[in-house]
Design a protein around this ligand. Structure first.
Ligand code: 13P
Ligand code: SF4
Length: 329
């Protein structure tokens, strides 16, 4: 339902991102999507890196990768539209096998997920017999199925420590693996995959930001290098960053991660001035109002995961939920 208050609230939230001349078209697209959601009994799950028009305009459930992995649970809609990237949609399908899961942006991959295959994981297991393999959720369902347990950036430390093993393989993000080692004291064997957005940030950029913005609070995602993380006031997942800002309420902050996140958080926390040391994820940007509308109209792309693979991936995800839910997630 579109009450006048809904429409006014939406316009206010998106004012900075939609010029007045474009608003009538954007608003009519948002209303069309809302009608389609009702007709198809669909819910929209959106990652924190989605464009503000998606995040604040049409999403029913928002959050980090962990929230989206559990996100189907927040709604009983038989159709789940995942505004994010392919590994997120696969995870939602694996956790909700009886529901239809749609990925509006078929080309929405991820450089981390592309950096490792199921064959690579089998080879790692042969090379390191008995060492548990932790797969970041930013992996294909096939890779998850070959691993012992999954993790996200929100619970990697809990998962790695919870295994109780002296040595653990963490794939595919080499920087996240080092972060887990530093947090837990466990010997972590990394795979050297990288996020193409987070690997670009440099420690000197953070130092320069501090020079130009004295007092700025710097929040860094653990997909950044250890040198960048070392310069931070806080290191954590996208939702961890939001919680930190909500509790600390700094006058000025920088979210060293994907840029749309700063746009979305800026709308939620208008009292915090967000300065940009960030980069756009080209895959996250592929989801637009037009692709979501088309997904709802045509029922594509429907995500399918082969049953054996889905069983294995679900086992690894459920083990993660058993081992590693941070208190505030
Ligand atoms: P989180 O939202 O889980 O912190 O993940 C960040 C990310 O890069 C997702 O692709
Ligand atoms: Fe993948 Fe990095 Fe984009 Fe996240 S931000 S989807 S890890 S490329």
């Amino acid at each position: 339902m579109n009450t006048l208050t809904d429409i006014a609230r939406r316009r206010e939230a998106l004012r900075e991102f939609v010029p007045p001349i474009e608003w009538p078209a954007v608003d009519s697209e948002i209303r069309a999507i809302r009608r389609l959601k009702t007709r198809r009994r669909a819910a929209v799950l959106a990652h924190n890196y989605q464009r503000p028009v998606i995040f604040h305009g049409i999403a029913d459930v928002t959050g980090d990768s962990l929230a989206l992995a559990r996100g189907g649970g927040a709604t009983d809609a038989p159709v789940l539209v995942v505004c994010g990237v392919r590994f997120m949609a696969e995870t939602v399908k694996v956790m909700n096998p009886g529901r239809k899961v749609l990925l509006p942006a078929s080309g929405a991959g991820c450089s981390l997920a592309a950096s490792i295959t199921a064959d690579d994981v089998r080879a790692l297991r042969r090379a390191h017999p008995g060492v548990p393999i932790v797969a970041y959720v930013n992996t294909t369902a096939e890779v998850k199925a070959e691993s012992d347990v999954c993790c996200t950036s929100a619970n990697v430390a809990e998962v790695v420590a919870g295994l109780g093993a002296p040595r653990v393989l963490v794939v595919p993000d080499g920087y996240l693996a080092r972060y887990a080692a530093a947090q837990t004291g466990v010997t972590v064997i990394p795979w050297e995959g990288r996020c193409e957005v987070h690997e670009r940030f440099r420690a000197e950029d953070v130092r320069e930001l501090r020079r130009t913005h004295p007092g700025v609070m710097v929040l860094v995602h653990p997909e950044c290098s250890p040198e960048v993380a070392h310069e931070a006031d806080y290191v954590g997942s996208t939702s961890g960053m939001i919680r930190k800002l909500e509790s600390a309420r700094p006058a000025t902050a920088a979210l060293v991660t994907e840029c749309s996140m700063s746009d979305n958080v800026g709308i939620q926390l208008p009292g915090v001035r967000l300065v940009r040391l960030c980069g756009l994820c080209p895959y996250m940007q592929l989801t637009t109002l037009a692709t979501v509308r088309s997904a709802l109209e045509t029922g594509t792309e429907e995500i399918r995961v082969e049953p054996d693979v889905a069983r294995g991936a679900r086992r690894a995800l459920e083990r993660m939920f058993a081992l590693g839910l941070p208190a505030a997630s």
